[in-house]
Design a protein around this ligand. Structure first.
Ligand code: FMN
Length: 260
């Protein structure tokens, strides 16, 4: 068969295709554990960022190990030993009807349909005293589900910080939720009003000195009203009694009785 025959050309093309597919598949399998480790590391980095700690990659694990992870039963607002924090896997928890809760349309203000009954929270202690709590938050933006962490002071009301580590919003528009300047607006804002009602809200436009209740209001991102609204709703959802609201109330009760 001549070396430029159709059969030979197809044969070589097939061989190249098969070898390339094998190489790509092998690379996917080999690199997957490394990717998963990096995703976990990035989450830990964001937990730390939520409390204002921007640490070098090599120091993430050691800084993170100073934080106490706890699994919370959201229905009761209490810590749970259903699963150890280091074994926690949100996807698995959401798969089982026993460990997940389907939200009614009315309750589903963050557009997520199903939530875990058990969720991780992170506690930061200083000299034995609880200083901050960090909770995972997520909900629908315009194009995607936005995942992040919200850190509160030990009054369980004042925002310490907010980070987002995964979303598919448009860079330059909704993607500005990652902009450090926008995130810097959050620290000091309050979540709950005097009657424990949720008051925090991302507004359309800017908060200024004349804005009523400005400690509860955050500037919306211009050109990204829908993503801004998504962030507003996801924070409100996870602060509600369907999210971590009951846990915060219990922790507040505990710290008040300790102070007596
Ligand atoms: C290609 C494209 C991408 C967009 N991406 C976003 C986005 O990520 N988040 C968002 O809220 N709005 C996005 N918008 C704009 C929305 O459609 C909508 O106009 C905007 O949220 C309204 O915000 P404004 O009232 O501040 O202008 C996008 C629009 C276009 C054309």
């Amino acid at each position: 068969m001549p070396s430029d025959s159709t059969g030979k050309t197809i044969g070589v093309a097939l061989l190249v295709t098969i070898v390339s597919s094998i190489l790509v598949s092998m690379a996917v399998v080999i690199l997957r554990p490394m990717q998963e480790k990096n995703i976990e590391l990035d989450k830990k980095r964001n937990v730390l960022l939520a409390i204002g700690k921007d640490v070098e990659t090599k120091n993430i694990e050691s800084e993170f190990s100073k934080i106490t992870a706890v699994v919370v039963d959201l229905t009761k607002g209490t810590p749970s030993d259903y699963i150890a924090p280091e074994k926690y896997n949100l996807k698995n928890i959401l798969k089982s009807p026993e460990t997940s809760i389907v939200l009614s349309k009315e309750d589903d203000i963050a557009g997520i349909h199903v939530i875990p009954r058990y969720q991780l929270a992170y506690l930061v202690f200083k000299e034995g005293k609880l200083e901050n709590i960090i909770i995972p938050v997520y909900g629908k933006g315009l194009w995607s589900t936005i995942y992040g962490f919200l850190a509160l002071e030990n009054d369980f009301n004042t925002v310490k910080g907010l980070t987002f580590y995964e979303h598919g919003e448009t860079p330059g528009l909704g993607g500005e939720i990652e902009n450090p300047q926008w995130k810097a607006i959050w620290p000091g804002k309050k979540i709950y009003g005097d009657e424990n009602e949720i008051k925090i809200e991302v507004i359309k436009g800017s908060v200024d000195s004349r804005t009523v209740d400005r400690e509860y209001k955050v500037d919306g991102i211009s050109g990204a009203t829908l993503t801004s609204r998504g962030v507003s709703q996801l924070i409100r959802f996870w602060a509600s009694d369907n999210g971590f609201g009951k846990y915060f109330k219990n922790l507040k009760g505990e710290s008040l009785s300790r102070a007596k």
